[in-house]
Every structure is written in C-alpha cells, then in structure tokens.
Design a protein around this ligand. Structure first.
Ligand code: C2O
Length: 575
C-alpha cells in the first residue's frame, strides 16, 4: 500500500521539478520597485549633499533578465522632482508607453506619484541601461540592464567567462544638476563641465581629495576571464577606457554581438555600451582601470574637465600595498584612436538575427550641430545680438511640448498644436557643412519647433547624419529610441554619395542604438520602421539635447492590433 504511494510521490515530485525547470527556462517576470528619493552623499571631500537616487544607491540597481523575459518596474517617485525613466536600447515593441522620454511618450511622474513600466526584452542580448529622461537628472539616476541569452551564460557566442562585472562610467557634479539645467535654460549659457568622472559611482584616486571608499575595487583571480559590461552614463563626455597591463576582446556593443575585436583601449560615447572580455593575465598585483575624456570639439569649446576617473583591479594574492600602475591614456583630442575603435567594429552575423535591409524606401540627409536661436521669452539673459546657444537637426531646433505627450497626441489623432509633420528630409540650404568659412551668423541661425518625420509601418529608412562646423565641429552621439540601426559607413568631411556608397558595409555592419558621428564628419545608418509609436532621436549629450539637437519619428500603425499602438496603461501619468 505504501510503496506505490511513495512511487507516485516520487513521480509527482520529478514531474513537478521538471515542470519547474521547464518554466524557469521559459520567459520569466523580472520585477523591481524603484523608490526614487533623496540620498545624502559626500564625494571629493565636499560636505554631504543631497542627490536624487533609486533605492538609495549610486548607481541604481542592476536589472538582470534573460532574452524573452518581461520586466516590470514600479516607479515610486519620492523625490522632489518630476521624473521619468528610459530603458535605453530596449525596443519597446508593443509597449511604446513604457519608453520614458518626458513629453515624448509620457507626461512626467509627479513627486508623490507612481507609474509601472512593463515591457518585454525580446530579440536582444547584452548590456543596456536605464536612466532618468528629464532635465539633467540622469546624472545620478541610472543603472545597468543586463540581458543574458535564454540558455544563460553558457549560450554566449564566445567562450563562457568565469565572471561578469558591470562597469558604469559616469560624471559627478558638486552642484545640484537640476539647478544647473534650469540655469542653462534661463541664461542660454551651457552648463559647466562635470567635477569628476566616476566608475561605478566613485571618482577614484586622481582628484584633489581621495579619502577612503571613493574608489571602486574589482577583485580578480589570476588567469580567469572577465566579461566587462561597460556603460557610458556620462552626461556630456565620450570616454577612453583602459586597464593597465591588460587588453580586451570586444564581443558586443549596444546589446548586439560583434566580431571579436582585440584592443587595449575601448572608446565609448554617452549612451553606448561595450561588452569586452578581459583575461586577468598580468602579474599578481594592483592595476588602475581608468576613464579619460575624449574632447572632439574643433575648435575646442568651453573648458572641459581634464581629469581621469579610476577604479582598482586587485588580484587575489596581492598584498593590497602595491602601488597600482596607471595605464597610458590617449590624448584628450585623439580622434584617430576614437575613429579607429568606433569604425572597426563589425556585427557577428548569427542565424535568425536581423540583417541589414538592402532596399531603401526613404532617404534622409540630416545635418546635426550647434547654432543660435532667438532668445526665448523665459530666458533672463541674452547676448547683445539677442540670440542664445541652440542646436538642431536639418536646422530645426527641437522643443518638447508642454500640455500633452506626443504619443498621446498621436494616439488620439490630435497632433494640432502639439507637433507638425514637416521634419525635412534635407537641410533647407546646401552648403559646405564642415568648412570654417561656413560658420557665420546667417548659417548658425535656427528656429525652435516640434517637427516629426512620419513613416509608414515597415518602411526602410536610410539616414546620412552630417556634422556641421557651425560654432564647432564635434562628435555627436546620436541615439534612436525604439530601434537598432545598422551603421553602413562613417567618414570625415562632407558626405559624398559617389565615393561613400561603394564602401557601405552590407555584409556585417555593426548594429547600434547610438552612433558617435565623427567630428566634422558623417555616418550612414539604416533601420526598418517596424515599431509603431513616437520615437525620439537625439544627441546623447544632455547639454545638446536641451538646446534642441533632436527630432521624433512618428511610425504609423501596421495592419493588425499587434502592429498598432495599444491603448495607454491605466496609470499613465497625465500632465
Ligand atoms: Cu539614453 Cu533618449 O536616451
């Protein structure tokens, strides 16, 4: 009597466990609560200061998911500021209301209010991140978003590393960043540069003051392989990244696998991520990991922080007393090194992954750069000519609406007074974009507007991004929400289709969500508009985004409910 019972139990248990494992391999729900609030923190020997942070941490929590999982984040805004969070690089297919840029896909979450972000991570593996998408608040409101393959770390298309480390590069200000943004807007004078670069929130040993607990430490075991998930969360600075006596094999960027690429320096613009393998193959001891700025502006603009942020790589077995070695770092203006790294990456072509579309429906040629605009009514200070710094795409300087989000206006067929559908496919004037002689008051002038480019569902777009010499040439990190794009080619000077087109990489171009357009140069990107909604495209320097270096793609609904913008979630914040 008892024996069969026991067998049945065993069988049940076995099947139960099998069912459990089977469902663990299926999509899971990864749920977090983000409590936004004040954090008192002291950096660089300054008196403690209040910043806005998630769950009392800087950087905020890492979200870890597997491909196909659903991520649910309950945002509880206990901060004194209006807030939104953007899941940088996530496609948000079918969930455009969860994308996060303030006034593009949602109104801000007011102090004391809540909003739940709910989205799937499908068709993407690698390192992405999340950050505030309002004012300059992402300076302290950011964290990593790691997506592993369904089969876990064993399923990487490269040798399984022994360990993984998240390396988030950031910037630190001694002043309140919300006030800095307000001042920059009211005066038309760009906000001052950061006071320090940070690695995992900490500035390291090369600042005036370095007391205990200001340096992040990575412990490594000799001869083990580490997967470094490097994220540039800095507001305004592209960075060089090195570890003394170590080199890297890059295996991914912007959550897309790359052909393994050997290098001893990683170059990473704000918004970008790089996944790199590093073997702990040096002598047992201590080594600095360092991030130093790449200042691409020609001529050089306002003073920038010529300092370096560091962390420590400490071998197990070291005494902890060794003087760490510092890596040799490129010059601040080393465009050759930046271009070599950024243009040499190629995609790892895998079965089932999207490939570059070979036919194009819409061709756009878009200038990106700085300029001037008329002083706005709220601006307190203006220079003598009555203009303020501005920036634009195709000479349209983007301003966010204030009464309703663009996605709500789109969904309700009520664009009137919110945006217009006349973002141009070409600049209003053809000129010598990168010549010093073009930099005059007439060419610099741009008007404020809220223009979108409307695309049919599934249309293929090719966009040439052309930097200008107006005010200064600079490498603008252009980020597109809602899609990855393929980077077909990049170069310096004015784009010339005749010489560039034959050099397009149509075999294995790198796939990205943010491209650092070379300073005084151009980049060609292609994407398929297979995601209905309102998708922000902008420079990932917050200083430039604020000045208007942005536009929005309005992607129309497809033929089915699944290919249409769904109704907004019930808790969507209203303005
Ligand atoms: Cu990471 Cu619209 O930005």
């Amino acid at each position: 009597m008892h024996k069969p019972m026991a067998t049945t139990w065993l069988l049940l248990l076995r099947f139960g466990l099998i069912a459990l494992f089977a469902s663990a391999a299926q999509a899971a729900v990864v749920e977090h609560t983000f409590n936004l609030g004040n954090l008192s923190i002291s950096q660089l020997c300054k008196p403690a200061r209040i910043i806005t942070a998630v769950n009392g941490r800087l950087p905020g929590p890492t979200i870890e998911a597997r491909e196909g999982d659903t991520v649910v984040v309950h945002l509880v805004n206990g901060s004194p500021y209006n807030m939104t969070i953007h899941w940088h690089g996530i496609f948000q297919r079918g969930t455009p209301w969860a994308d996060g840029p303030a006034m593009v896909t949602q109104c801000p979450i007011k102090p004391g209010a809540n909003y739940t972000y709910r989205f799937d991570v499908t068709g993407q593996e690698g390192t992405l991140w999340w950050h505030a998408h309002i004012s300059f608040l992402r300076a302290t409101v950011y964290g990593a978003l790691v997506i592993r393959p369904r089969g876990g770390a064993k399923a990487y298309p490269f040798p399984t590393p022994h360990r993984e480390e998240t390396v988030i590069l950031g910037e630190w200000w001694n002043a309140n960043v919300y006030d800095l943004e307000q001042m920059a807007f009211l005066t038309g004078i760009p906000a001052p540069h950061a006071d320090a670069y940070t690695i995992n929130g900490k500035p390291g040993d090369f600042y005036n003051c370095s007391h205990a607990n200001q340096t992040h430490k990575f412990q490594v075991q000799s001869n083990e392989t580490y997967l470094l998930r490097i994220i540039n969360a800095a507001l305004n600075t592209p960075l060089f990244f090195k570890v003394a006596n170590h080199s890297f094999t890059v295996v991914g960027a912007d959550a897309a696998y790359t052909t393994p690429y050997e290098t001893d320096v990683v170059v990473i613009a704000p918004g970008q991520t790089v996944d790199a393998l590093m073997v702990a193959g040096a002598a047992v001891g201590r080594y600095y990991m360092a991030a130093s700025p790449y200042d691409s502006a020609i001529p050089q603009g306002p003073e920038f922080s010529k300092t370096i942020g560091t962390a420590l790589v400490e071998y197990i077995g070291s005494t902890g007393e060794e003087t760490p070695q510092l890596p040799w770092l490129p010059e601040y203006t080393d465009t050759d090194t930046a271009f070599r790294f950024l243009s040499n990456l190629t995609a790892l072509v895998l079965p089932g992954k999207p490939t570059v579309p070979l036919s194009v429906d819409t061709r756009m040629f878009v200038t990106v750069g700085l300029g001037v605009s008329d002083c706005q009514p709220r601006q307190l200070f203006c220079n003598r000519s009555g203009t303020v710094f501005s920036s634009s795409m195709n000479n349209a300087s983007f301003v966010l609406p204030t009464a309703v989000s663009m996605l709500q206006a789109h969904y309700n067929n009520a664009s009137a007074g919110v945006y217009t559908r006349d973002f141009p496919d070409r600049p209003p004037v053809i000129f010598d974009y990168t010549a010093d002689a073009s930099n005059n008051a007439t060419m610099q002038f741009t008007n404020k507007s809220t223009k979108v480019k409307t695309l049919r569902y599934n249309e293929t777009v090719e966009m040439v991004l052309q930097n200008t010499r107006l005010i200064a040439k600079e490498s603008h990190p252009m980020h597109l929400h809602g899609f990855n794009f393929f980077v077909l080619a990049q170069g310096f000077g004015n784009y010339d289709a005749k010489t560039a087109a034959p050099q397009f990489n149509l075999i294995n171009p790198q796939e990205r969500n943010t491209v650092a357009v070379p300073t005084g140069g151009w980049a060609v990107i292609r994407f398929v508009a297979n995601n209905p909604g309102m998708w922000f495209m902008h420079c990932h320097f917050d200083a430039h985004l604020d000045l208007g270096l942005a536009m929005v793609f309005e992607v129309q609904d497809g033929p089915t409910a699944e290919t249409s913008v769904p109704p907004p979630p019930a808790d969507l914040p209203l303005c």
